[in-house]
Ligand binder design. Structure first.
Ligand code: GDP
Length: 297
């Protein structure tokens, strides 16, 4: 992930760290390149602009220490600023699941990795936290999606709500709630329907389910490869449904990392997890330090 951005920034900083002293002009030139690198990574323009401004301010005012070269100092300032922009939640991997059975609502566009992420998180809750989890698919328009969740459930040893033909999403959510209470589950996860685009029906259904389930967490799954689009999708979902966090998938791909940088700054919502592959263990809680390190290479 972030190969393009890392490479580009790596080149800029290589040159900087080799120089013994740094003029204001050097800093300006370097930051111009950083700005281009950020924009190429599909970071939104205002976010890139603010980022550069913050770094420039700190770099200009920074006292020069003897132990590091001025170049290294700029690198550190950029690193710290990246961490600051990326940081959202103090403990992103901790899901609010007290008062069992706790509902977790999963929302997102079709193909974003929502069903896969639902199963990955269920597995994580089961194995790391020892929780009993029930998963339910609400995608009544796509029987294949309901089947997919059932198959993943059996692979990871997590129960899924039996499929009843003809039920609507709200009825399934209610049945999941009842089943979770009666069955002594700690958590129940509602995998809502996805569409290719955000449309009225999608939002209406997610909102109706939200209103009956009263979820402890509403996690939006977005494809990290879609860059700025991912941020636009997040803004819209948050506006219409309200989300408690974002899961960025496909961060194993060599796409542009801009979505991660813009997400927090634009939406105000923390990235909670990143998806790193198709396998059921390929999920990590979001670490600003780790991502900043990867961006800088
Ligand atoms: P949904 O339509 O949003 O439920 O999407 P799916 O969960 O069916 O995922 C669509 C495809 O993306 C599947 O082939 C998944 O295996 C794949 N996928 C999901 N998350 C990731 C990820 O983090 N990395 C990669 N490389 N593939 C993923």
């Amino acid at each position: 992930m972030f190969e393009n951005l890392s490479e580009r920034l790596g080149g800029v900083f290589d040159r900087l760290t080799k120089q013994g002293s740094l003029s204001e002009e050097d800093v300006k030139t370097a930051l111009r390149e950083v700005r281009v690198a950020l924009l190429e990574a599909d970071v939104s323009l205002p976010v890139a602009r603010n980022f550069i401004k913050a770094v420039e301010k700190k770099a200009t005012g920074a006292a020069v220490t003897k132990s590091v070269t001025p170049g290294q100092q700029v690198v550190k300032i950029v690193h710290d600023e990246l961490v600051s922009v990326l940081t959202g939640d103090e403990d992103p991997g901790k899901l609010k699941i007290d008062n069992p059975p706790a509902p977790i609502l999963m929302v997102g566009l079709q193909g974003s990795g929502k069903t896969t992420t639902t199963a990955k998180l269920a597995k994580r809750l089961k194995e790391r936290d020892g929780k009993r989890v029930l998963m339910a698919s609400l995608d009544t328009n796509r029987p294949a999606a309901m089947e997919q969740l059932a198959i993943l459930g059996s692979q990871i040893g997590v129960d899924t709500l039996p499929i009843v033909k003809g039920e609507d999403a709200v009825a399934i959510a209610k049945r999941a709630k009842t089943q979770a209470s009666l069955g002594g589950y700690d958590v129940y996860m509602l995998d809502t329907a996805g569409r290719l685009h955000i449309d009225q029906e999608l939002i209406a259904q997610a909102a109706a389910v939200r209103d009956v389930a009263n979820p402890r967490e509403t996690l939006l799954v977005v494809d990290g490869l879609t860059g700025q689009d991912a941020v636009n999708v997040a803004e819209e979902f948050d506006d219409k449904i309200g989300v408690s966090g974002v899961v960025l998938t496909r961060m194993d791909g060599d796409g542009r990392g801009g979505a991660a940088l813009s997400m927090r700054a634009v939406t105000g919502k923390p990235i909670r997890f990143v998806g790193l592959g198709e396998k059921m263990d390929a999920i990590e809680e979001f670490h600003a330090e780790r991502i900043a390190g990867r961006i800088l290479g």
